[in-house]
Every structure is written in structure tokens, then in C-alpha cells.
Design a protein around this ligand. Structure first.
Ligand code: 2AM
Ligand code: CA
Length: 254
């Protein structure tokens, strides 16, 4: 099953690589600076046809749907066709196709693919995490020994002050901060040992479902910024990192 999902995700990435965005193909969704392109829609359509053919009993929750699908008993695909849409529109080449699979509400498989860098991260519960076939194992570094990534919840300006307050407190405790624009890649980068921590004040399940499985299999942890267990049926803040960096962040009580 994993191989078939990877093949579908690779083909979805090809749709991104072959894209030629014109102004008429970018639409504004509700909220501040919230865009969807014809390619977000095309990739979701492609995956909403391919994935159920691989696992017919699975439900399908995608960012570009009506959002009504709950993550319940049994299998659910949780899909962000393009995570990092602003990067995609602006040519930053830092966007990913993200396909997660939940069983009874818990992540059991994840594939995150940045076609621009030809980097595919994947994991299956209990079988380890990989980047392009190389096994991923986190070294448990603390905040001072690594880079911290964050998202700005750009669609919701009410989170801006909190985001900058946390950044202000965290910056002097780290090697440096990065704002990369794709939560799925930020979390996968922790699994790859590139970041030690990621936080964002508001995320949806499709932003982190796949990367959560990859991170867990590499030895990292994911919870809310208050240290609570996350729930795919609830929009919340997300904190992800090495065990030590997460513990250090939570001890600051931000
Ligand atoms: P997107 O590109 O699929 O929209 C940017 O801050 C990162 O967080 C991206 O992964 C983006 O996903 C996601 N994101 C930003 N604001 C969000 C919000 N208010 N709700 C859900 N996801 C958000
Ligand atoms: Ca998206």
C-alpha cells in the first residue's frame, strides 16, 4: 500500500512541477492572505481519485473539500494537496504534497513530498521514518543546539501578537529562527535533524497529519503549544520537536 501511495504522491508532485500559474488561476479564500490555486484543486482532485482506489474503505479529508469529513473509526486519508501555497504562488520551491492516513483517529502512515527538491519523507507506524530511502533517527538536541521554525498563521491576524511574543522569547535561546512557509516540511525537517522545534498558533489536521507520523517514527514528539494531545477533529496550535526542545519550550510557559 505504501508504494502505491508514494507513486500517487509523486505523480501529484509532477502536477506542481509542470504548473504554469497565471493570475486567473489564483483565488482568495476566506481569511487574510489565504489563497488557493487551480493546482491545489487539481492535485486534490487527482488524489481524491487515486487514494480511494488504493484503500477503498478509507474516508477522505482534504483541505480543498467542504471540510465536513470527520476523522472517525477506521481509516481516513488526511490530505493537503499543496502545503505551502503562498510559497508555490511566489516561486519559493518550498511546498509539499502531504498525505496522511489515520486509523481510529491516530496517525499510522505519512508521505510528505517536495517535488522541487525531489525529497520524499515517509513513515508507517512501527516501521520507521525515511527520507528518500535513508532511515531517519532524531538526535535529541535542545533549543540552544538547533534552528527553530515557526508559522505565522497568516490567515488569522488575531494570532500575530502571540506568534511574535513567542519568537521574541525563543530567539535568544536558539541557534536561530526560520520561517519556511510549509508546516508539513517544517515538521518533516525535524525528523531529518535540520530543525529542533516548530510551532504555529493555528493549524488544521491536513497541515501536520502526515508529518506527525514521520516525526514520531524518527523519535520526535508533537502536541499543542500547551502540551496537550492533538486531535484531527480539532483545529489547534501545534508544537513539534525533539523531546528535549519540546520540554524546554513548554517549561517557558509561553
Ligand atoms: P497552506 O499553505 O496549505 O495553506 C503557513 O503558515 C503554514 O501553515 C502552511 O503549512 C499553511 O498551509 C498553514 N496555515 C497557515 N495558516 C493556517 C491556518 N489559519 N489554518 C490552517 N493552516 C494554516
Ligand atoms: Ca494547502
Amino acid at each position: 500500500m505504501l508504494e502505491e501511495i508514494q507513486k500517487a504522491v509523486r505523480e501529484a508532485g509532477k502536477i506542481m512541477l509542470d504548473s504554469h500559474l497565471t493570475e486567473g488561476q489564483i483565488e482568495v479564500k476566506p481569511g487574510h492572505a489565504n489563497y488557493v490555486t487551480a493546482y491545489d484543486v487539481a492535485v486534490q482532485k487527482f488524489l481524491s481519485e487515486k487514494l480511494p482506489a488504493i484503500l477503498p474503505e478509507a474516508a477522505f479529508l482534504g483541505e480543498e473539500g467542504d471540510g465536513s469529513q470527520k476523522v472517525g473509526k477506521g481509516y481516513t486519508f488526511i490530505v493537503d494537496p499543496i502545503d505551502g501555497t503562498t510559497n508555490f504562488i511566489c516561486g519559493y520551491q518550498m511546498s509539499a504534497v502531504s498525505v496522511g492516513l489515520a486509523l481510529d483517529g491516530e496517525p499510522v502512515l505519512g508521505v510528505v513530498y517536495n517535488p522541487f527538491r525531489e525529497e520524499m519523507y515517509w513513515a508507517e507506524k512501527g516501521k520507521g521514518a525515511f527520507l528518500n530511502g535513508q532511515p531517519l533517527h532524531i538526535t535529541d538536541r535542545g533549543l540552544k543546539d538547533g534552528v527553530v521554525c515557526f508559522g505565522t498563521s497568516p490567515y488569522n491576524p488575531e494570532y500575530t501578537d502571540r506568534t511574535f511574543k513567542v519568537m521574541r522569547e525563543i530567539l535568544p535561546r536558539t541557534m536561530d529562527l526560520r520561517r519556511q512557509g510549509s508546516a508539513a516540511l517544517d515538521i518533516s525537517y525535524i525528523a531529518a535533524g535540520r530543525n529542533v522545534l516548530f510551532f504555529e498558533c493555528k493549524l488544521s489536521p491536513w497541515d501536520y497529519a502526515a508529518a506527525q507520523c514521520i516525526l514520531a517514527e524518527a523519535g520526535g514528539v508533537l502536541c499543542t503549544m500547551e502540551g496537550e494531545k492533538t486531535d484531527f477533529n480539532r483545529i489547534s496550535s501545534i508544537l513539534a520537536g525533539t523531546p528535549t526542545a519540546v520540554k524546554e519550550f513548554l517549561a517557558l510557559g509561553l
